[in-house]
Design a protein around this ligand. Structure first.
Ligand code: SF4
Length: 356
């Protein structure tokens, strides 16, 4: 996936070429605005690779990108943002008609950080898998009802164990629907690679999955690493060199970070994620999750399940502890506040352990 500003055509084309040269068969590009959508026509002219266009909240942008796209990804959890009075089924039908007209595929992209609120209400607060599956299934049924069969589904979570459960359960019910696999916000290498490998080995080893994406928090010039890692995992599975036999055990410090995309508002994000990893190394044995996200749009939701969450704005980094906002801090000050919060969490854990 590209992580440049999509409307920056030169930089985006450069990254598309880098990914294609690294061996990507499909490159995903996010569109957030009419400017982004308009840029897709120019980007299309500069590359022959398959382009998957990622609609964020504004699903109507599909009509601008469909003539240039090989695939359009929509997120069922984002369809309610625009035209709230229009039923989601109408929106999906409109997307399916558009995709059919221009010969593109659709991906129903369900993501743990932005699940359809209507589905979430139907399940217990601690059940994150149920609403994701229900959302995917109901969208499949809707597309089936409209006679549109050029679609696939993805069910992504930052926890590889959940990715395995989600995709196994989906595949058991809908073995006819192609699955795109990925561990979202897997983080930086090597942890991000390990999480992805665990999920892919367990799923692809059982014949589940049709396309893959590896998400790593790395600078743009190193994005080819995502492709290299993905192909290496596939080659290893094919050759029987499978390394994971147990479930992912996050008994220690777990840092999740997004792979970045066109929404990143400050290029210091990747460096910040790396600094967080270095600064928190002393807490490796503590069962604490820290989430580092690249933007203000998805950052607040995607950090909900973390003990400490950071998400980047143009000039400030927002910090929260659990669901409690702690404020926005300049990039050069956020680490010291993060350390204060981390130390407090560790002290709490120690008190709880000594009280047992
Ligand atoms: S958190 Fe924001 S910047 Fe990071 S991948 Fe998601 S949308 Fe892109």
């Amino acid at each position: 996936m590209t992580a440049t500003r999509t409307r920056d055509i030169k930089a985006t084309v450069q990254l598309v070429h880098l990914l294609q040269t690294a061996g990507a068969d499909v490159v995903r590009i996010a569109v957030d605005s009419r400017e982004d959508a308009a840029a897709i026509a120019d980007i299309r002219r500069e590359t022959s690779t398959n382009l998957s266009i990622d609609l964020q909240e504004n699903y109507r942008l599909a009509e601008l990108v469909a003539p240039h796209a090989d695939k359009i990804r929509y997120n069922p959890g984002h369809l309610y943002h625009h035209e709230r009075g229009r039923p989601w089924r109408d929106k999906v039908r409109w997307l399916a008609d558009l995709a059919g007209e221009f010969g593109c595929a659709l991906r129903v992209g369900v993501n743990c950080g932005s699940v359809d609120p209507d589905q979430r209400e139907q399940f217990a607060a601690d059940d994150s898998i149920g609403p994701m599956l229900a959302s995917a299934w109901e969208h499949c049924m809707a597309l089936d009802a409209y006679g549109f069969d050029q679609y696939c589904v993805s069910l992504k979570d930052s926890d590889p164990n959940k990715v395995i459960d989600l995709n196994r359960r989906f595949a058991a019910q809908r073995p006819d629907v192609p699955l795109h696999l990925g561990v979202t916000e897997a983080g930086m290498p090597p942890e991000g690679i390990i999480k992805t490998r665990i999920a892919f080995e367990q799923l692809i080893g059982q014949g589940i999955g049709d396309t893959i994406r590896v998400s790593l928090t790395v600078p743009n010039e190193e994005k080819g690493e995502e492709i290299r890692v993905g192909r290496e995992i596939l080659a290893d599975i094919q050759a029987g060199r499978v390394r994971s036999v147990v479930r992912f055990d996050s008994n220690g410090l777990n840092i999740i970070s997004c792979p970045s995309c066109s929404r990143v508002e400050n290029e210091a994000f990747v460096q910040l994620a790396q600094q967080v990893k270095q600064m928190t190394a002393y807490a490796a044995s503590h069962r604490i999750t820290i989430a580092v996200m690249g933007c203000r749009v998805n950052g607040p939701g995607e950090t909900d399940d973390a003990d400490l969450g950071l998400w980047c704005g143009p000039h400030y980094v927002n910090l929260k502890r659990g669901t409690e906002p702690l404020g926005a801090f300049p990039y050069d000050q956020v680490l010291s506040r993060l350390k204060t919060e981390l130390d407090a969490l560790i002290a709490e854990q120690r008190r709880a352990e000594s009280a047992l």
